[in-house]
Design a protein around this ligand. Structure first.
Ligand code: ATP
Ligand code: ZN
Length: 226
């Protein structure tokens, strides 16, 4: 139960692939900020809309806790944490409000070059390394495949070479990293891009009006871009 706020707070990635395009998009919506010295919090000047600069993985949780009202994050991260909440019996808390058209990538299953890929059945009994355990587990269940999910926080693509796993499930954009590790993508689990995430429940009146204003400007900005 956070105290009522009359300013809107948006979480974006502090540094990384989504940081600059997220800020540029919000700037194109007429927002401007006075930056704090530690660069974690930016005070909104043109509108009462502040930014919190964080790690992308923290964004869904910040919305769930009500620390932030909105966030810009990859759909891959939002869905992964959403599935994880469901598995653990937590209410949804956040959802995708808008697709933003940048940060495109896909969550793909990749197997060693030498495999003669016939279909998901081939994964039965295999070990699959990933940083997206909830998304992979859900997909395996949908396919009716019993495989072992090996959770790795990074360098997933070298796991098969190290003998830690037989296949991987990871984010892919160009496929160059996979090829460098003698892997080939065989199935896409999820098409991702940056999204505006918001709470599953409506915001209160003041912040709701600010969010509506932002959404109208955002939709205008997205229309001009496409
Ligand atoms: P942080 O320090 O914030 O945790 P990170 O290393 O987790 O950063 P980035 O590598 O900057 O995150 O990726 C952020 C998002 O960019 C991803 O979650 C994904 O939605 C998107 N993305 C686009 N292309 C790629 C790619 N080739 N590899 C990884 N992520 C990509
Ligand atoms: Zn991250």
């Amino acid at each position: 139960n956070t105290p009522a706020r009359d300013r809107l707070r948006i979480a974006i990635q502090k540094s990384g692939r989504l940081a600059d395009p997220a800020r540029a998009l919000l700037t194109s919506c007429g927002l401007s900020w006075r930056e704090s010295r530690d660069r974690l919090f930016c005070y909104g000047e043109s509108l009462p809309v502040d930014l919190l600069l964080v790690r992308d993985d923290d964004i869904p949780g910040l919305i769930a806790e009500g620390v932030c009202d909105l966030g810009i994050v990859g759909r891959n991260v939002l869905l992964e944490q959403g599935y994880d909440r469901v598995v653990n019996g937590n209410p949804p808390a956040f959802r995708e409000w808008r697709a933003l058209g940048f940060g495109g990538c896909r969550l793909a299953l990749a197997v060693p070059d030498g495999w003669d890929w016939q279909g998901p059945e081939q994964l039965a009994g295999k070990r699959i390394a990933t940083s997206y355990p909830a998304s992979l587990t859900r997909w395996l269940a949908e396919q009716g495949i019993d495989a072992k999910v090996v959770l790795l926080s990074g360098s997933v693509e070298i796991a098969p070479r190290l003998g830690q796993a037989d296949a991987i499930c990871d984010l892919v954009s160009s496929g160059a990293t996979l090829a460098a590790n003698q892997l080939k993508p065989v199935t896409t689990l999820l098409e991702s891009e940056a999204v505006l995430a918001g709470p599953a429940e409506p915001l209160d009146a003041t912040r709701g009006e600010l969010a509506d204003l932002l959404l109208r400007r955002l939709d205008g900005a997205l229309r001009i871009r496409h």
